[in-house]
Design a protein. Sequence first.
Lengths: 240, 354
Amino acid sequence: LSRSKHTVPPRIRAVRRVRAPEEPRGCGDPSAQHTLAREMKELGLVIDAVAGTSPLLPHPVGGSAPCPLPRVRVTRPRHGYHHPANQADITRLLRFFGEVCTYGLRSVELVQDQDAPGQSRWLFGRLVVPGRILIYDQPPSPWLLRGKLPAREEARLRGAGAVVEAFEEGLHTVVTWPDNTLRDFMLFEVLMHEIGHHILQQYRGKRPMRIARTRDHEAFAENFSRRCREIYDDSERQTS
Amino acid sequence: VRRTPITLVGDGIENPGNAQAMIHAAEMFGGECRFRDRSGRLHSWQETAPDAEAVRLVSPGGLADDYCPLVALDNLNGAADVYSFDLGRTPRPALVAGNERMGISPEVQSLAHQRVQIPMVSRRMNCLNVAAASAVALYYLTRGHPAKLQVRSHPDKRRPEVLMIGATEHVELGSAIRSAGAFGWGQLLIEDRAGVWFGCDRATCTEGRAAARRHRNPIHLLPAQPDRRYPFEEACVITTRQVGTPIHQTSLARGPAQVIAIPDESQIDLEGEDWSRLAKSFRFVHLDLPCVDFRYHYRLIATIALAEVARQVGRKAPGFEGRPRRERPLYDRSLELLMAEGGEVVDLEELERY
């Protein structure tokens, strides 16, 4: 079966569009190469039909050059806070997962959280549709939290490698992040989670509107970030 | 009609033609006109037009001392709508109109007690000729009866056709066309009896088009013939000399079936014209001015008439620009906290220690 221009799988389309965002929709389409080759054959010209080896045929999109990344902006953190995952960590992760994740992503910004005393939640990251991810600065480990964490949140932090201890009969909670666990938490549980939201928005429709129920959106992003972490860990093990 | 005349002040006017028209506009409403010479152009005016009327100067200090309230006519932030602005009964009011390009200087702006503006409809043409704007502002400030700019859901359905008849000077006609464009008309009928617009020589053509700001005024001009009959339902002939219905008591927003004829009364004898050729019925609409004997400028009369028609036609309600913008979705990654309750649990032994 022939594949139309409009049904190119996201994996192929993302690579082509990220590497050549200004090219028209049909650029790199094999049917154009076939048409050109047929016309030349009718004229009696014999060409080397391997794409990229003949000057008449367009180069295959991409090649071995590194793919362009979205802009990574860094804002100085607040006094006493820091960005656990820096620009180099984010760039390394985006390069690892490639164009499928970065297609349509405009920027990843390390920003300051607004001080809002009395707020009932602690903000790590945010996706502003379309394609803008904000990663907020965090205090260094250990974190002293007022009140007791819900069981679901506690399990999430423990799963990311944190040590969660409740003091004074649950009036205070201390969260300790050993080694690089806080950095990895920000990379996978926050950045890749937001990229999961972005992927669902990007590949289902580019209009800045909600394309799935919030519950489904969160479930997709959660699965996506968990799967990304597994792939990354497998790769690290093989490398070592 | 208000009894105390309003002094018109031109702040840094560059064009001597505009200055003369402003003097005549002030005379039309029984006041005087003064100028603030910002860049020493007074001598060049006297050289270019030696027969022109003497220009009286005023300094910013004199403005502050002699006049109260000082009303700035410019599209500044917070400026009130001139139609509904009530000046009240004050002894020595003054209206300040600014330079053709730069508007009123910051120095004079700081002296002004009030700010008014003439509401414009066009997005590309947002200003009038300075003399014409002064005449419109003087007309509404002198009337003493604040009128309201109408608010309609479809104002363009109420906009009548306009026919300009017999203007004898190309700059006057050009300025009137500019006013029509600024007040939102998309097309205009021109009966060019003096041949100052269609088929005139190059210099006249250039000056007229410049006065009409044709480079950014997209109005469509249709030539009309004096002997042609038109199928309009009603024709309203604007006049300052003929007895007729007062303009503010006449409905001038009856849509495309109505035509507003604005003749140049310095040349046209209204009695001798066959007005029935324009529509099934016609009537004279009187533009009431405080002075009967004044120097006639077509652009001033036409712009005042067009301003009143534009006021009656109205505009859309603010905020009726379309659907509100949809908020962009946000997806947060956060930690839900259970906040500590407001009080603490105290044992009886602890309580006894207090």
